[in-house]
Unconditional design. Structure first.
Length: 349
């Protein structure tokens, strides 16, 4: 066998092995949450905020700011990975007028499924269930497949599939999750008053909706001197996730925390102490789409085009090597080397 044939066959086989490794090892790893994930998303909208100190001091003029412009900056990043586990930080900063409120969370997530997993040794994280920052690659356009973790009620709620839409040329799946329940977020609960002096009720009534005033006015006299307050949180998340990679390209968040009092056996909702309705800015959406397009092209090269090219070249080299294995065909009528040709003279007439 010719040496060149062995080289071609060996090189072709090596390229086919590399193609398989790229397709079945490198490509699946490329779909995991990257260890250098770091993005900031900006939202804007309107909100309502309670000034607890003004309320307790009786300054009703400054106790409640309604429908004022707000912005929300959401910083999502990975600080550490270990195999298939990533430590993810989801830091939100809400700004309204001169008020700034931070909402920070740290999770241990599976880099493939994006759901909860055991933390890395020595790293403290919050317990949670379901999804937090994104959907997995190739998300399913179905309801009931996923759950989303709500940080206000500390519950995992079902995700509903709404439909398919486009964002800057990218196909997205529209998902919605809604959570309602007692406020459970520790940091937010600490910022809100636990009780309200009954003496403030007459001045508080004008701030309440007409139907709430009608319910509360008859029972004010029977309330204790310090009225215990309860809080109900409601959140609705609308996520437009890329149909290929699962990453959110557009998000809308509507949140509210409503204070309530108990009169007899009835719980009477009073007013929202915190509420905001924000949507991702267009510039932020365009930036997200651009990042996803780049990631999609890279994934396409890794999962399809590079393995395919390596496979084709490898097969061609093997075929060439096989062809070169065949021995040369010699002409049996050829004169042996070193033997002089014999000249046959024609007979003389």
């Amino acid at each position: 066998m010719r040496r060149s044939a062995l080289i071609l066959i060996g090189l072709g086989t090596l390229l086919i092995v590399i193609a398989a490794l790229v397709r079945f090892v490198v490509a699946p790893n490329a779909t995991r949450l990257p260890d250098d994930t770091d993005s900031t998303t900006t939202y804007s909208g309107t909100g309502t905020f309670l000034n607890a100190q003004a309320l307790q001091s009786g300054d009703m003029a400054n106790a409640l700011a309604r429908d004022i412009p707000v912005t929300l900056d959401r910083h999502v990043y990975v600080s550490q990975t270990d195999g298939n586990t990533a430590i993810v930080h989801d830091d939100g900063t809400l700004k309204a007028a001169s008020t700034t409120a931070e909402d920070k969370h740290t999770y241990a997530v599976d880099r493939k499924e994006l759901t909860e997993t055991s933390t890395i040794s020595g790293v403290e994280v919050e317990k949670h269930e379901g999804l937090t920052i994104t959907l997995p690659v190739d998300p399913e356009p179905k309801s009931g497949v996923y759950k989303y973790w709500d940080t206000q009620t500390l519950t995992a709620v079902p995700v509903t599939y709404v439909g398919s839409e486009e964002r800057d040329g990218r196909k997205t799946y529209h998902y919605r999750a809604t959570a309602t329940g007692p406020l459970a977020a520790p940091e937010l609960k600490q910022q809100l008053p636990v009780v309200l002096p009954k003496s403030l009720a007459p001045r508080l009534l004008p701030l309440l909706p007409a139907d709430v005033q009608a319910k509360l006015a008859p029972v004010v006299a029977g309330l204790p001197d310090l009225v215990e307050l309860g809080y109900t949180a409601t959140s609705t998340y609308d996520v437009f996730a890329d149909a290929e990679l699962g990453a959110p390209l557009d998000i809308r968040i509507n949140r509210s925390v409503v204070a309530s009092v108990t009169a007899g056996s009835a719980s009477i909702p009073l007013l929202p102490v915190l509420a905001y309705d924000v949507a991702q800015d267009k510039a932020s959406v365009s930036e997200s789409v651009g990042d996803i397009k780049d990631a999609s092209r890279l994934l396409g090269w890794i999962s399809l085009w590079i393995p395919l090219a390596l496979l084709v070249v490898g097969l061609v080299l093997i075929v060439l090597g096989v062809l070169r294995r065949k021995p040369r065909v010699t002409d049996s009528s050829a004169t042996p080397s070193g033997v002089a040709p014999t000249t046959v003279e024609p007979p003389k007439a």
